[in-house]
Design a protein around this ligand. Structure first.
Ligand code: AMP
Length: 489
């Protein structure tokens, strides 16, 4: 059944069932259907004859869900933009995507639309369903196009594997909608008649509020980055008593430490823990594994799991051929969940995507190994890192730093703690001698940077140098900088 019909179906089965809870707002399935139909009709009338996606800017408000569905009901993909994306970067996204319309919760509410049936032409299998912008190495965010067929391949697999009961689940929504992790909770919830429970930035701003919100949430399926769960584990009371309905943790996006999984199993004896792996370019996740006690006893680090049925993970050597079992190479994903490419960037698409015997394939840039069809993730091949679950291209950050008039040159290095990226340090060659204290100069650069890139990308520390150390062939020596970092963090 078409995903939109699967979602709308719940409006007739149980119209008053809550589809989304965010702060004090509750959106029922009946409201979701009626409002998205009416907004779809409005989008259709406003944009007829003009091609392009619909951008939706907000922060987890129910209107965002209404706008996502309205866009696809009007035959257009949507671009979710969380308000944490600074205005300058959002402008770049809007300009490069050719968005025909920008919807915000307050403008949608102000429209006061009368009920109207959705237009006839909606998004079909091969059409783009959403476009997610991720960090690009040049400083320009790149838009990953995900089709309805991509999304349905992912959802069908997860639903078959997890067997969510109809209308039986409350899903935690931790990630903002501009990150593909949120697609996991959003569409698993909507398509199975579940309730999506969003924790908002206000909830997360204070741990006390967060635990209060979680305690009220009735969450049964927890979807988050491992970092978020680790943060919650700081509180001893984060356990089955706080979340009595919790039955399952679904993790994706970064390395799941065995200690985190083990602590969660201790604190939540009624719950199971799953690790899943995949890039935005292959629709949220492509591998999975149930991390139980035997798996914890056997593996450290943990594997990221087995490929979803119908999709192949290949480990490819530098010469482009599959490596022998157990050897290290680049993880390639081949299957129906692989995106057709980056929006309006045939250059980037050509580098990362290809066809293998007619099936779309993606070079992840991840090092990996395969043993007995279990995949092990072994880090990145390039300058892409994960900081608290957020995907960051160091090149993106460096390009934005170099664009500041105060900066002659800049390099950014990850600061590791127990093998994991814990913070970022920027090494900066100032364009002119620093006036005032280095602290003041750092603060100035942080503020300027915060207007260009999301706050989570802004380096915690700045170090100022007259020039970068050089490698023998004249490149800036990142290794020397890393040594500098180790000797005086
Ligand atoms: P994103 O597109 O933000 O989902 O980031 C994708 C990248 O996150 C992958 O290419 C990996 O480098 C990393 N990643 C995703 N899932 C996992 C996982 N379970 N364990 C380790 N790294 C992961």
């Amino acid at each position: 059944m078409h995903l939109i019909d699967r979602i709308d179906h719940w409006a007739s089965v149980s119209p008053e069932h809550p589809a989304h809870v965010s702060g004090n707002s509750v959106l029922t399935f009946a409201q979701l259907k009626a409002q998205s139909d009416a907004l779809a009709a409005h989008i259709h009338s406003q944009t007829a004859g003009k091609p392009g996606p619909v951008a939706v800017v907000g922060h987890k408000e129910p209107e965002m869900l209404v706008a996502f569905l309205a866009a696809v009901k009007a035959g257009r993909p949507y671009i979710p933009i969380d308000i944490s994306v600074p205005a300058q970067r959002a402008e770049k996204i809007l300009a490069s995507s050719g968005a025909v319309l920008v919807l915000k919760p307050e403008t949608i509410a102000a429209l006061n639309l009368a009920p109207a049936p959705a237009p006839e032409k909606r998004v079909e299998a091969g059409d783009p369903f959403y476009i997610l912008f991720t960090s690009g190495s040049t400083g320009e965010p790149k838009g990953v196009v995900i089709t309805l067929a991509n999304l349905e391949a992912f959802l069908d697999w997860m639903c078959a594997e997890q067997k969510f009961p109809a209308m039986g689940e409350v899903f935690l929504n931790q990630a903002p909608f501009s990150f593909d992790l949120s697609v996991m909770d959003l569409y698993l919830s909507l398509s199975t008649g579940g309730t999506l429970f969003s924790v908002t930035k206000d909830d997360v701003a204070s741990l006390k509020n967060l635990y209060l919100a979680l305690g009220r949430s009735e969450v049964s399926t927890w979807v988050s980055t491992p970092s978020f769960a680790q943060m919650c584990l700081i509180e001893r009371g984060f356990n089955q008593a706080m979340l009595p309905n919790l039955r399952r943790f679904l993790f994706c996006g970064e390395t799941l430490a065995p200690e985190t999984a083990s602590q969660l199993l201790d604190r939540f004896p009624n719950a199971v823990v799953w690790n899943t792996y995949g890039p935005t370019e292959a629709t949220v996740a492509t591998t999975s594994i149930l991390v139980d006690r035997p798996v914890l006893a056997e593996f450290s680090p943990l594997p990221v799991g087995r490929a979803m049925p119908g999709t192949e993970l290949l480990i490819i050597s530098e010469d482009g051929n599959p490596v022998p079992e157990g050897e290290r190479g680049e993880i390639h994903i081949v299957g129906p969940n692989v995106s057709p490419g980056y929006l309006a960037r045939p250059d980037l698409t050509g580098k990362a995507f290809y066809f293998r015997a007619g099936t779309p394939a993606y070079r992840t840039g991840d090092w990996g190994r395969c043993r007995n069809s279990l995949i092990f993730f072994e880090g990145r091949m390039d300058g892409q890192i994960k900081l608290h679950g957020y995907r960051i291209e160091l090149g993106d950050l460096e390009a934005n730093l170099r664009a500041l008039p105060e900066v002659a040159d800049a390099l950014v290095l990850p600061v590791l703690k127990q093998g994991k990226v814990d913070a970022l340090t920027a090494f900066v060659v100032p364009a002119a001698p620093v006036q005032g204290s280095e602290f003041e100069f750092s603060s100035k650069l942080k503020t300027a940077l915060g207007q260009r890139i999301p706050v989570y990308m802004v380096p915690r520390k700045f170090r100022f140098l007259d020039a970068f150390p050089m490698t023998p062939n004249g490149k800036a020596d990142r290794r020397k900088l890393a040594e500098l970092l180790e000797s005086s963090p």
